[in-house]
Write a protein of this length. Structure first.
Lengths: 370, 509
C-alpha cells in the first residue's frame, strides 16, 4: 500500500468532513461534528469493509467474486428470517435469537459462496457469470420468499409481518468513566470526552470488522495459510508442483470469503435496523469490490478505502441533519439524491486508476487446469 | 539402494491421451550420481514421461521404482517425499514472492503461526554455500535474472532434500555462459551423489554434459547410448527418424542497396520506461542481419515497433528510403514488409480461422480475394492450395482450422503467407523456429536463405545463438534494450557473443 494512495484517501475524507463542519458549525461545535461523523463513518463502512475482505480472500486465491452483493443480500434476509423464527416460532430468548440470526447469515454467505465455488472452480464457468448468477439468484430468492412468507394469503405469518426480535446492542467502551478524573471539574472537558467516547461505542459487528481487517492482513501476509492462498492466486501451477492442493485452497478461501459477506449481510438486518426490504444492499457489494481494488487487494488498504465510502455516506446523513442551515449558494447539498451520488461517483473515479495502478493477483479469474 | 545403483526406474510406462499415445511402453532408468540426458523433439513424450515420474500424471500401464522399490507417485507430494525434485521449463516461481517465500512454499517453517522467514533464509544460505548457488533469500524473484531464477528452482528441490533432480529444458532461457555455469552446478551436484535427468533437444549440450543419453521419438524410447559412442548426426537421425542436414548451406553473397534503416530508435513500455534506447542499424538487400540476445532484452519491443504493433517514442524507420515511422501494419505490408511474428498463435494466425483464410490475412481486402467488398471464396481456396503444395504444409485440407495443425505446420502457414507475396523487400522474422522440430527448422531456415538469395533484406531475431550464427551475414547483439555490438558474422566466436549477450561492452565493428 503506497503512501500516495493513503494520502488520497485521507484527502477525500478531510474534504467530506470539512464540508460538513463548514455547514454545521453554526449549530454544533466542530469537535462534536467530527466525532459524530467518525462514529457514523466507521459504522457505515462496516459492510463495505467486510465485503471487501470477502473479495480479498476470494481473489487472493484466484477466484473473481462479483457475487458479494448477492451474498450480502441473501445473508441479510436469511439472518433476519432466522432471528424471527428463533424468536417467534421457537420462542427463544431475544439475545439468543439475534445471535443465531448472525450465525444463519454467515451460513447463508458460506452456502452462496459454495455455489460460486462449485460453478467457477469445479465447473470452470466464467467467474463473472458465476457471480452474476449469485446476484440474480439472491434478488429473486429473497424477494420471492419475503412475499411468500410474510405477505401472501396462507403464508407462514399470515400477512402479519412479525417484528424482528431487535438489533445487536452497542458495546460501551468506558473511556468517559476512565478519564473523568483527568477532566476534574471542567464541564467543556467532560462534554468533549463524551463526544470522543461516542466514536468508540460501536456495535459488535462494526467492532469485529475492524479486528477482522487487521487479523486478515496478518493472516494473508504472514502465515502459512496466507502464503498458500496467495500462491494459488498468483501461479496455481507452481503451488501444485510443491504439493499444494489448488482446488481445496480455492474452495476454502471462497467459502471464507462468503462467510465475511454473510457477516456483512447480518450488519444490515441484525445490527443496523431490525427489518428487511427487497434490494436493501443497494449496490454496497459492488462498492466493496471497488474498495478492494482501490486497496490493492490488501485488507488494510481495502478497509481504508471503505472508510472513504463510509465518510461519503456520513456526509449524506449529516446533510439531512443540517438541512436548514445549508447556505443558499450550496443549496444543491439539500438534494439528497445529489449527495447520495457521492459514493458512486467516487467508485467510478477510483476505478479509472487515476490514483496509481493496482495489480490484481496474476491468476485472478483464471480456472486452474492441470 | 540396489547393487546396480539404479535410483529411479520407469518400467513399461504407457500413457494415452485423447488421440495420442504419448508414452508407449517406455523403459527408463537413472543411476546414482549420473547425468542421464533425455533427448527428443517436441511431442516426443519427454515431458509426459517426466510428469509420470513426478506424479503430475498417472500411467495407464507400467510402474515406477524408486531405489529398487515399487513406488506409487500420485502427486508431486509423493515425488517430493521420495526425494524427487523437478525444475520445470517454465519456472514454477511466483514473481511477487521473495526467494525465501518461494523456496518454503508448500514446506513452510512457522513460529507461533507466523512464517519464519529468518530460519528459511539461513537454510537457503547454507544450501547456496554448499553447492555454489549464490542467491539473496530476501530478493523479490521477479527482479532477478532468469539464470538466478533457475538456481532458485534447484535450491527449492534441494531444500526438500531431493536426491533425484529432473531438469526440463533448463538451458532454453540461458546465455551460453549461464548454461556453462549450470553444467558446472550439475557436475557439482552429481559429485555429491545427486542424480540428474536432463531433458533437452540440444545435441551439443547432451554431448557435453551427459553420462548416458536416451533418445525418444513419437512416444517410444529409440535407444540409450553413451556419449563416447555417438555424435550429433547419429543422435539427430534417431530423434527425427531420417537423415537431417544440421548445417545450413549458404553461399557468400554481396549485399546490395540499403532496404531497412533504423535511426536512434527508442521505445517505452506501459510504465513509460525505456525498453529500447537509441537503437540504430541498417539491413541491405541480400543480407541477413541476426539480432542475438537473451530473451527479454528488448527484442520483442524492437520487432513490434518495426512492424507497426507498437509506437516508438522517438527515432526513425525507413524502408527503401521511405519514412515509415509509426505507420500501421497494413501500410508497412504495402511498403514491402513480411513479418513472421514471435508468437505464432497470438500474432501470426487466427486459430479459429481455416488455413485458407489465414493464408489470405494480409491481402483479403484486395483483388483477387475481394471484389466490391465481397470475399471471393474461390480465389482464397486456389491461393491456399497453391501455397500448401509449394510450402509443404501438412494439413488434411485447406478448410481445417489453423489451431488444429502442429506447431511446425502452423509456422509454415505463416511463412507461406508472408514470403509468397510479390512485393516483399524486407522480412522480419522473430524466433521463427522456436519450439519446432528439427525437420521444420531445417525447412524454415532454407526458406529464409532463399529469400536472402533472391535479394530480400532479412532481419532475424532469435534467442538461439546457433540459429543466429548459422544464418546471419552480420550479427547485432542486444542487451537491456541497447545494441552492444554489430559485427560481421564470421568474426566473433560463440564465447565472444555470449559475453556480449551477458552485457560485456564491445566496440562496434
Amino acid at each position: 500500500m503506497d503512501w500516495r494512495r493513503f494520502g488520497f484517501i485521507a484527502l477525500i475524507i478531510i474534504v467530506l468532513f470539512g464540508t460538513v463542519i463548514m455547514i454545521g458549525q453554526v449549530k454544533q461545535p466542530p469537535l462534536l461534528i467530527i466525532t459524530s461523523m467518525l462514529a457514523t463513518t466507521i459504522a457505515v463502512a462496516t459492510p463495505l469493509a467486510l465485503g471487501a475482505l470477502s473479495g480479498v480472500y476470494c481473489e487472493r486465491a484466484g477466484v473473481v467474486n462479483i457475487g458479494i452483493e448477492g451474498m450480502m443480500l441473501s445473508s441479510a434476509f436469511f439472518g433476519w428470517l432466522g432471528a424471527i423464527y428463533m424468536f417467534h416460532v421457537f420462542g427463544m430468548d431475544i439475545g439468543i435469537s439475534i445471535t443465531l440470526g448472525v450465525f444463519f447469515a454467515i451460513l447463508t454467505g458460506a452456502l452462496m459462496a459454495l455455489l460460486h465455488a462449485v460453478l467457477s472452480i469445479t465447473f470452470k464457468v466464467d467467474q463473472i457469470i458465476g457471480g452474476t448468477v449469485i446476484n440474480i439468484l439472491a434478488v429473486g430468492l429473497t424477494g420471492f420468499l419475503n412475499r411468500q412468507l410474510f405477505f401472501g394469503a396462507g403464508s407462514v405469518f399470515g400477512g402479519n409481518v412479525p417484528n424482528s426480535p431487535g438489533v445487536l446492542p452497542t458495546i460501551h467502551i468506558p473511556l468517559t468513566e476512565i478519564f473523568t478524573p483527568v477532566c476534574g471539574v471542567s464541564n467543556a472537558c467532560l462534554v468533549n470526552l463524551a463526544a470522543i467516547n461516542r466514536v468508540f461505542d460501536q456495535k459488535p459487528i462494526a467492532m469485529g470488522a475492524i479486528l477482522l481487517v487487521f487479523f486478515s492482513h496478518y493472516v494473508i501476509f504472514n502465515t502459512r495459510w496466507g502464503l498458500r492462498t496467495r500462491a494459488v492466486g498468483e501461479h496455481p501451477k507452481a503451488a501444485d508442483t510443491v504439493g499444494i492442493d489448488v482446488i481445496k485452497m480455492r474452495y476454502a478461501n471462497v467459502i471464507i470469503g462468503g462467510m465475511f459477506a454473510g457477516l456483512a449481510g447480518a450488519y444490515f438486518t441484525i445490527e443496523s435496523v431490525p427489518s428487511f426490504e427487497p434490494l436493501l444492499t443497494n449496490g454496497r457489494g459492488f462498492i466493496s469490490l471497488a474498495a478492494m481494488i482501490f486497496g490493492n487487494w490488501t485488507p488494510i488498504g481495502a478497509w481504508a478505502a471503505s472508510l472513504v465510502f463510509g465518510a461519503s455516506q456520513a456526509l449524506l446523513i449529516n446533510m439531512q441533519i443540517f438541512r436548514d442551515v445549508i447556505p443558499p449558494q450550496w443549496s444543491f447539498l439539500q438534494e439528497s439524491y445529489i449527495v447520495g451520488l457521492t459514493p458512486y461517483i467516487l467508485t467510478m473515479f477510483i476505478l479509472t486508476g487515476i490514483i496509481g495502478k493496482t495489480t490484481p493477483p496474476a491468476a485472478d479469474g483464471v480456472p486452474y487446469e492441470k | 539402494m540396489t547393487e546396480n545403483n539404479i535410483v529411479l526406474e520407469g518400467k513399461n510406462l504407457t500413457k494415452q491421451f485423447p488421440g495420442v499415445l504419448a508414452n508407449d511402453n517406455v523403459n527408463f532408468d537413472l543411476r546414482k550420481g549420473e547425468i542421464h540426458a533425455l533427448l527428443g523433439e517436441n511431442g516426443a513424450g519427454k515431458s509426459t514421461l517426466m510428469n509420470l515420474l513426478y506424479g503430475l500424471y498417472h500411467p495407464d500401464k507400467g510402474e515406477v521404482m524408486v531405489n529398487g522399490n515399487p513406488a506409487t507417485i500420485n502427486s508431486p507430494n509423493d515425488a517430493i517425499a521420495l526425494g524427487i525434485g523437478m525444475v520445470h521449463q517454465h519456472f514454477m516461481l511466483i514473481p511477487v514472492f521473495t526467494v525465501a517465500e518461494n523456496v518454503m512454499l508448500g514446506d513452510e517453517t512457522t513460529k507461533r503461526g507466523a512464517l519464519d522467514r529468518n530460519t528459511v533464509a539461513q537454510k537457503i544460505n547454507q544450501i547456496s554455500s554448499q553447492y555454489g548457488l549464490s542467491v539473496d533469500p530476501n530478493a523479490l524473484v521477479g527482479d532477478l535474472p532468469v539464470g538466478v531464477q533457475q538456481r532458485i528452482e534447484i535450491i527449492k528441490a534441494l531444500y526438500r532434500e531431493a536426491r533425484i533432480l529432473i531438469l526440463d529444458e533448463p538451458t532454453a532461457v540461458l546465455t551460453p555462459q549461464e548454461a556453462e555455469d549450470l553444467f558446472r552446478i550439475m557436475r557439482d551436484l552429481t559429485a555429491r551423489g545427486v542424480s540428474i535427468i536432463f531433458i533437452t533437444h540440444k545435441l551439443k549440450e547432451v554431448l557435453a554434459v551427459a553420462d548416458r543419453i536416451t533418445v525418444m521419438r513419437a512416444g517410444r524410447v529409440i535407444n540409450t547410448v553413451n556419449p563416447s559412442e555417438t555424435n550429433s548426426a547419429l543422435l539427430a537421425n534417431m530423434m527425427v527418424g531420417r537423415q537431417v542436414i544440421l548445417t545450413v548451406n549458404k553461399q557468400d553473397r554481396k549485399p546490395e542497396e540499403e532496404i531497412l534503416r533504423v535511426e536512434n530508435f527508442c521505445v517505452q513500455d506501459q510504465r513509460k520506461l525505456d525498453v529500447l534506447h537509441d537503437v540504430s542499424f541498417t539491413v541491405r538487400s541480400g543480407e541477413i542481419l541476426g539480432i542475438a540476445g537473451v530473451q527479454g532484452n528488448g527484442q520483442t519491443e524492437l520487432s513490434e515497433a518495426l512492424t507497426g504493433l507498437r509506437h516508438p517514442s522517438s527515432g526513425k524507420v525507413l524502408i527503401d528510403g521511405v519514412d515509415v515511422t509509426g505507420k500501421t501494419p497494413r501500410a508497412l505490408t504495402k511498403a514491402g514488409l513480411a513479418h513472421i511474428p514471435e508468437d505464432r498463435q497470438r500474432h501470426g494466425l487466427v486459430l479459429n480461422y481455416t488455413v485458407a483464410d489465414n493464408m489470405a490475412l494480409c491481402d483479403y481486402y484486395r483483388p483477387p480475394f475481394s471484389r466490391r467488398g465481397v470475399i471471393q471464396q474461390k480465389a482464397l481456396d486456389d491461393n491456399s492450395r497453391k501455397l500448401i503444395a509449394s510450402f509443404d504444409v501438412r494439413t488434411p485440407s485447406p478448410f481445417v482450422n489453423a489451431g488444429k495443425l502442429s506447431g511446425g505446420n502452423q509456422q509454415k502457414v505463416i511463412v507461406a503467407r508472408e514470403l509468397s507475396r510479390e512485393n516483399v523487400k524486407l522480412v522480419i522474422a522473430n524466433q521463427p523456429t522456436r519450439g519446432l522440430d528439427v525437420g521444420s527448422i531445417e525447412y524454415i531456415h532454407g526458406e529464409i536463405i532463399k529469400m536472402r538469395d533472391r535479394g530480400v533484406a532479412v532481419l532475424l531475431i532469435s534467442a538461439e545463438l546457433d540459429e543466429i550464427m548459422a544464418l546471419s551475414d552480420r550479427i547485432a547483439v542486444m542487451y537491456r534494450g541497447k545494441i552492444v555490438a554489430i559485427v560481421d558474422a564470421k568474426q566473433p566466436t560463440r564465447e565472444q557473443l555470449g559475453l556480449w549477450m551477458a552485457g560485456a561492452h564491445a566496440e562496434t565493428a
